[in-house]
Write a protein of this length. Sequence first.
Length: 148
Amino acid sequence: MDTKTQIQQALKEAMRARDSLRKRALRSALAAIKLAEVEAGRPLDDAGVWQVLQKEIKMRQETIEGAQKAQRAELIAEAQAEIEALQAFLPPPLSESELEALARAAIAQVGAASPREMGKVMAVLMPQVQGRADGGQVSRMVRRLLQG
């Protein structure tokens, strides 16, 4: 079963369980997926859905940062619960060593030797880690390997 279908099933379960927080998070994610599909002009594959879910999670992390500054504990708790609900649909994240191995393979494949060639490495590496690692984390790893 693809990820979008799993989210739709989870939404139905949340509605039956009257879990308003989970229901709200899943509806928001499905709306974002639908918007991305309309913009792309085609249904998204799992990698595309994971990308949308990561954006949704990132938005909620920004909400947590703002709520911490405003000292709003209830908003922090809600956003954290929504993040957990969405993370259930992402593949398990890559460990630091797995990411480093993939980055080294991409660097070797491209033949990159300096940080100036980081774009070429990222173009090869990002499709491989889609949904399993944050772009910033990948970028830091590639930069560290190219500089060292």
